[in-house]
Ligand binder design. Structure first.
Ligand code: PMT
Length: 397
């Protein structure tokens, strides 16, 4: 099943390291070439001899363990088709997320441009720690969440390494299943920022998490990705930072001709301040002040109109698929249906922003995908990467 593929297994220092011996055997039985890199702590849980015997290769721990003419971390990064880090400790996750390269495993991960699959395992309180959640969100990797149950540290909770079958199946899927190969996907993300003066602005609560999950997932599915975002994002794909709705509009329009698909997940301000004050506005003796707002362009609608015009001029073959998002706090489906016909996009992803457990700033979402013919598909509440994958599978699957 995996012949011709090279899998780089990264093992970090957690008790679940012993399970990875079996995972290596599974990859070998499927005819994969297996390379193993361990953090020094991993070898406290499993021996180098065991891993060497199972993988039929030397096990690398230090930079100079790899006998090659290339720098060690680069040679392993070049040779492997996928890197599977399991178990991934909170420590290693945080290092990779922040670009720390203080051992061979983290250095390889930093230089790795192909898919990285991470299967965390740790104490349940560490898993719930907001700092670890934040670092996980920074990763542009496929993450197989740990499972709940009895933990080796004596606690009951979420933190056990997920099943080896799950890791194996996801490895096969990432190596073989490239739903978006050859597609250029442009995604907008975050809330636009409309200046009032040099120190104040109008914006909204969009964190950019949904757009980032779409971009990371599209990348993992083989797409050439451009993310146009108002938030600070550091990724190996093309990221264009913008601020206002007008900036976002011109960045998206620049991508229109080369895109196969444009997804507007950004929360774009409908209005901006008519005249931005060049100096900080002073407090006056008046109890009220008035800001005059003017309408921003509707980027999504303008893109759809451009596509319609291209169709009229018979150059529609190259026009991108256009997908909008729809943030509603009441009558979700009814309002979304009205919006898709007003804007004219191919699909609209409706999410309920009145709920606290999904939507704005949350790690989770629940959406209904509506197509221009009125067809609907609901994706139940899940983390935003799972929702993103569900959207691509519904549209391109
Ligand atoms: O960023 P997160 O914290 O993860 O939150 C995600 C999200 C809730 C912001 C996201 O899932 C979402 O719903 N994004 C769309 C928000 C929005 O602006 O919805 P809307 O119903 O007001 O607009 C409909 C569509 O028109 C959107 O695709 C929007 O990008 C687009 N639009 C809106 C106004 C405007 N002037 N120009 C536009 O292009």
């Amino acid at each position: 099943m995996l012949s011709g593929k090279t899998i780089l297994v990264g093992i970090t220092g957690g008790i679940a390291a012993y399970k990875i011996c079996e995972l290596i055997r599974m990859y070998k039985c499927a005819n994969a070439e297996v390379l193993v890199v361990c953090t020094p702590n991993a070898l406290n849980f499993v021996t180098r001899l065991t891993l060497q015997n199972l993988s039929k290769n030397n096990v690398a721990v230090e930079e100079f363990d790899i006998k090659d003419f290339n720098p060690e971390h680069i040679s392993y990064a070049d040779r492997a088709d996928i890197m599977v880090i399991a178990p991934a400790t909170a420590n290693t996750i945080s290092k990779i997320a922040t670009g720390v390269c203080d051992n061979l495993l983290t250095s390889i991960a930093c230089a790795f441009t192909k898919p990285i699959l991470i299967a965390p395992a740790m104490n349940c309180n560490m898993w719930e720690n907001p700092l670890i959640r934040e670092n996980l969100n920074k990763l542009h990797c496929e993450i197989l969440e740990p499972e709940s149950g009895y933990l080796a540290c004596g606690y009951e909770g979420k933190g056990r390494l997920c099943s080896l079958d799950k890791i194996f199946d996801k490895t096969v899927e990432l190596l073989k299943y490239k739903l978006l190969n050859g597609k250029k996907i442009v995604i907008t993300s975050g809330g636009t920022i409309e200046d009032i003066d040099p120190v104040r602005y109008i914006s909204n609560y969009s964190s950019g998490k949904m757009g980032l999950a779409l971009a990371d997932t599209a990348k993992n599915l083989g797409a050439d990705v451009t993310l146009i975002t108002t938030t600070d994002v550091s990724r190996k794909y093309n990221v264009i930072k913008v601020k206002s709705a007008l900036d976002m509009k011109s960045a998206v329009e620049n991508e229109f001709d080369s895109a196969d698909c444009i997804i507007m997940a950004a929360a774009v301000a409908d209005y901006r301040v008519k005249e931005i004050s060049p100096r900080k506005m002073k407090k006056t003796s008046d109890d009220e002040i008035t800001l005059t707002l003017v309408k921003n362009p509707d980027i999504l609608k303008d893109l759809c109109d451009k596509k319609k015009n291209a169709a009229t001029a018979d150059i529609s073959a190259s026009a991108p698929l256009i997908i909008g998002f729809c943030a509603e706090s009441e009558n979700l489906i009814e309002n979304a249906k009205e919006k898709i016909s007003k804007k004219g996009c191919d699909y609209l992803i409706a999410n309920d922003i009145s709920r606290k457990d999904i939507g704005f700033s949350n790690d989770y979402n629940e959406v209904t995908i509506i197509n221009k013919n009125g067809g609907m598909k609901k994706l139940e509440r899940a983390d935003k990467k799972t929702i993103a994958r569900g959207i691509f599978e519904e549209i391109y699957g």
